[in-house]
Design a protein around this ligand. Structure first.
Ligand SMILES: [Zn+2]
Ligand SMILES: [Zn+2]
Length: 298
């Protein structure tokens, strides 16, 4: 578990939690309770909305606190190989400040040395300037989760997007329902905190809550589309930019879309992709890095 002390990230995270708390208060107190005051529907709607909110909080916390796939820094035994690679490399044309290892320093195909944190890293790992480390299959650094989105936490990031989208959509439906069927609260006795007529307070909360739900909803919809297209193209946001800078064509690998999704969400059943509470370590989380200088066998 880890937490980044990035002021911008911490501010964004506090903003998210404050928005969630406000949405819970405004929707429950000013929309659900007055609208569904009779029967069991008020508790039912409260339970559904709060369940979505809980899933948002859990998936957000897991994205924020998880190791996104940090490439370990080299141990002293690796220093020699690193120096050799930095010293002798004649290929510094890579736009990601990477130096590819010579054959005698071979640890795996397309492994490289990062010139910023000097770690020996596997293919598709990129250096994050905020985290100051290389991250496996890094997609982007997201201030809203105060962490990088990489190989090990992209699944939880997708869950976070899905549940924020569900919360936003659900809140908008409740707001619309409360105004279509119960627009006469001024006469039915909705009261403010000091017993005053609460109709105008409901109007204010409706406007603020609608703006919040629309902003969050549109934001996560746009990011979800980006994420899915990146997964289906087998290319992270960073790789897409690098490829366009190099003007090289997209590499084509014949992998089915479901296999690409499994690569991010795990090999379990599809329903398990939506559960942010799994405690067991997935197979992807136990990939080992070379800890000693590799030997190149001819
Ligand atoms: Zn690095
Ligand atoms: Zn980062």
């Amino acid at each position: 578990m880890q937490f980044r002390k990035d002021p911008c990230g911490i501010f964004c995270v506090l903003l998210i939690y404050a928005s969630l708390a406000y949405a819970d208060y405004a929707l429950s107190r000013w929309m659900i309770i007055p609208t569904f005051s009779e029967g069991i529907w008020a508790p039912v709607h409260m339970i559904i909305f709060n369940t979505f909110l809980l899933l948002v909080v859990i998936s957000h916390a897991r994205t924020m606190l998880a190791d996104p796939g940090i490439v370990p820094l080299n141990k002293s035994s690796d220093l020699k190989i690193r120096r050799q690679a930095l010293e002798y490399s004649d290929d510094e044309s890579g736009s990601d400040n990477e130096i590819f290892l010579r054959p005698e320093e071979y640890v795996g195909e397309d492994w490289s040395v990062c010139t910023r944190c000097e770690s020996i890293r596997p293919p598709r790992a990129h250096h994050c300037r905020v985290c100051r480390r290389c991250i496996r299959r890094m997609d982007h650094h997201c201030p809203w989760v105060n962490n990088c989105v990489g190989e090990f936490n992209q699944k939880h990031f997708l869950q976070f997007l899905i549940y924020v989208g569900l919360c936003s959509g659900y809140a908008l439906l409740v707001i619309i329902h409360s105004w279509i069927n119960h627009a006469d609260d001024g006469e039915t006795g909705l009261k403010g905190p000091r017993g005053q007529n609460g109709h105008h307070i409901k109007v204010v909360h409706t406007i603020m809550l609608s703006i919040e739900a629309l902003l969050f909803g549109m934001f996560v919809l746009a990011v979800s589309c980006d994420q899915l297209s990146a997964i289906f193209n087998d290319e992270t946001a960073i790789e897409s930019v690098q490829r366009r800078n190099r003007r090289s064509p997209r590499r084509s690998r014949r992998i089915s879309k479901i296999s690409l999704l499994r690569g991010v969400c795990g090999n379990g059943p599809v329903w398990s992709w939506f559960i942010p509470c799994s405690l067991s370590t997935s197979e992807r989380d136990v990939i080992h890095f070379p800890t000693a200088p590799p030997h190149y066998d001819v």
